[in-house]
Design a binder for this molecule. Structure first.
Ligand SMILES: [Zn+2]
Length: 359
């Protein structure tokens, strides 16, 4: 289709230098340090005939190869050929200090600086859109986020509350959200169950901080702030929605983190009380066959169609069977050009504050 400019709103390119040395878990450390152990294991599984696990291990190896790149630019360079020329990528850093699982070779300011250099380089100019990140509990966190936004010209803020802070943490409410509102910049926040959490943070507490309801105080105090709940609530809640269904008399209780997050997000978008809420389809929709038909039906709702963003969660998707290109084109065919353009071009530009919302 002529003139389509895709913006992939959810991409990671941080490297092993930006994550703690024992990431993702001390027990997996030998596999991280010696990725060929994964290869060997895959080979052994093939020998004894357990093919599905062997394929999973192959994908884990691919993922590790990605993370072990020394420069973020190299990771991004592998993603670019999967998309049409001119596609833009929102780059989301991570500050994993509070996981407490080892030393980080290049701290957050270095990670931000590298993203700024990458975005200014001829290969990625106007195509790489870096976001700042912060853990509001870390000393100097607000100043570093401000530096990335004001001095480096970053395009928004990424939050990962599972590390152990609520999205209405006082430093965010007092210093950070007002800055974003003033500069018309958006927030991307992790919204799926499970995943890495901070040291001493139980999975239940991490889930509570990431739940859609945790954003209510933020959306109420800053109604013009655009907040994207990443992953459309996540795979677990999509699976339970698809396989177990939902009770006919189900009420969405945003105060209850156990309520289905996919349903909660659709409710928050369509109820009209939260004009600032958005969601992206990253990672979750890589279970393409299972979930894409549901997405297509959901997007028949005009209000919802105006708040869904295309994103992939590269390079987390390297653990999936389908490539980015394969998912992207399947999605485009299934949704049709008009709906695909909406989530991949129009909506991202509105969310990023580059064009006004219609109406
Ligand atoms: Zn992500």
């Amino acid at each position: 289709m002529a003139g389509l400019r895709i913006t992939n709103c959810h991409v990671h390119c941080f490297t092993s230098r930006h994550v703690p040395s024992l990431f993702p878990h001390p027990l997996l450390w030998p596999f991280v340090k010696i990725p060929y152990l994964v290869r060997l294991l895959a080979f052994l599984f093939r020998l004894i005939g357990q093919h599905p696990l062997a394929a999973t291990l192959d994908r884990l190896f691919r993922f590790q190869q990605e993370a072990s790149e020394i420069r973020q630019e190299r990771i991004l360079a592998k993603l670019v050929p999967q998309y049409p020329p001119g596609t833009r990528f929102v780059l989301l850093p991570m500050d994993l200090r509070s996981t407490g699982i080892g030393r980080i070779a290049a701290g957050l300011p270095a990670q931000h600086d590298e993203l700024a250099r990458l975005a200014a380089s001829p290969a990625f100019k106007n195509r790489a859109l870096p976001f700042a990140t912060l853990d509001p509990r870390e000393p100097g966190a607000v100043d570093e986020a401000r530096r990335a936004i004001e001095d480096l010209g970053f395009h928004g803020l990424k939050l990962y509350p599972r590390l152990g802070y609520p999205p209405d943490h006082e430093a965010l409410m007092r210093d950070v959200y007002p800055l974003l509102v003033e500069r018309n910049l958006p927030v991307m926040t992790h919204c799926s169950r499970g995943g890495v959490s901070g040291r001493g943070v139980s999975s239940a507490r991490g889930d509570r901080y990431c739940s859609p309801g945790a954003l209510v105080p933020v959306l109420q105090e800053f109604p013009t702030l655009r907040v994207c709940l990443a992953h459309f609530g996540g795979e677990t809640d999509w699976r339970s929605y698809v396989e177990e269904g939902t009770p006919p008399d189900m009420q969405v209780d945003l105060a209850d983190p156990a309520c289905n997050w996919q349903v909660a997000i659709r409710h928050m978008i369509t109820c009209g009380q939260f004009p600032g809420i958005w969601t992206d389809i990253s990672y979750t929709l890589f279970h393409f066959e299972d979930y894409a038909p549901f997405l297509k039906v959901f997007l028949e709702n005009e209000t919802l169609a105006a708040r869904v963003l295309f994103g992939s969660d590269y390079y987390m998707t390297r653990q999936k069977a389908l490539s980015e290109r394969a998912v992207c084109i399947r999605l485009r065919v299934m949704l049709g050009e008009e709906r695909f353009r909406r989530i991949a071009e129009t909506n991202p530009e509105i969310w990023l504050g580059e064009r006004p919302a219609p109406g």
